[in-house]
Design a binder for this molecule. Structure first.
Ligand code: FE2
Length: 280
């Protein structure tokens, strides 16, 4: 039987991908950011997940204003790094787990979540940057990846409560998959940032850390945070943090903190990172 053994939360700032690709991860600017992921890279080597369900959002790379799926699951065999305007990142192709993804898609749809099924798409920095942060620069990614894309770009975006409930349904789906697999779920995006308008550059260290606090232990308070609070406190793009709630919902009633990191600024965003384990 497959099991979700851990959850990872992480920002997916595109500039971090540039730092990796240009070998700048240990310079004065990026060093403190990447140092916060050193623990996780060693932990990933030791825990050896078979599959990562990687919750992220597409940034007008695979989808555009013509098609805006609220929740989409990648059921394909392979995903290529997207060209986001300056050529695809020089990172390995992402290998899917089509059989498990189809199983999860079926379970979720029969569990009343109307997933969009994607068989073919390129994946942008939202998915490839977290892989780089957690695995470095291998010749091939050491896990199979099931992409789970959430619309957090165009309103209306799903509520935190709905995201949490989707995580709970994903956990049920994984537990009913017959193969003995070590599965992690990652929630990416955020933390506080606003890319446009008079409040561009807004960061909120206090709120971001409070949000991470709420993911630890048995609190369900975070699922009730309304959109307006994300907008007001964390800027227009801080809403990406609802994707962390899919990860948290999938870990069950209670979690234990394994690792945590926070740093500002990176580009004009806050970097947050957390590693959690489900606790009975
Ligand atoms: Fe993003």
């Amino acid at each position: 039987m497959a099991r979700i053994t851990a959850g990872v939360g992480s920002s997916h700032v595109p500039l971090l991908g540039v730092a990796v690709d240009q070998g700048k991860t240990r310079d004065d600017y990026f060093g403190p950011i990447f140092a916060g992921y050193d623990w996780t890279r060693e932990w990933e080597k030791a825990t050896k997940p078979d599959v990562v369900i990687l919750v992220y959002n597409d940034h007008a790379s695979a989808f555009d204003a013509n098609i805006i799926p609220t929740f989409a699951i990648g059921c394909g065999e392979l995903y290529k790094p997207a060209d986001e305007g300056w050529g695809p990142r020089p990172v390995p192709d992402v290998v899917g787990h089509a059989d498990m993804a189809w199983h999860i898609a079926q379970c979720l749809i029969l569990d009343d979540f109307d997933m969009t099924i994607i068989n073919e798409m390129d994946v942008d920095h939202g998915l490839t940057v977290p892989l780089s942060m957690m695995f470095g620069t291998p010749d091939a990614w050491p896990v199979k990846v099931i992409p789970l894309a959430v619309n957090v770009v165009t309103y209306p975006v799903p509520s935190g409560n709905r995201c949490w409930a989707l995580g709970e349904a994903i956990a049920r789906a994984v537990e009913s998959y017959p193969e003995d697999l070590n599965v992690q779920i990652w929630g990416t995006g955020g933390m506080s940032h606003q890319l446009q308008g008079p409040r561009a550059g807004l960061l909120n260290r206090e709120w971001d850390n409070r949000f991470m606090d709420l993911l630890i232990g048995d609190s369900q308070e975070a699922r009730g945070i309304p959109h307006i609070e994300y907008l007001r406190e964390t800027g227009s793009e801080g809403i990406e943090m609802v994707m962390w709630l899919i990860m948290r919902g999938a870990l069950g009633r209670k979690t234990r903190l394994l690792h945590r990191h926070y740093h500002i600024p990176c580009s004009n965003t806050a970097i947050g990172h957390i590693v959690l384990e489900p606790e009975a």
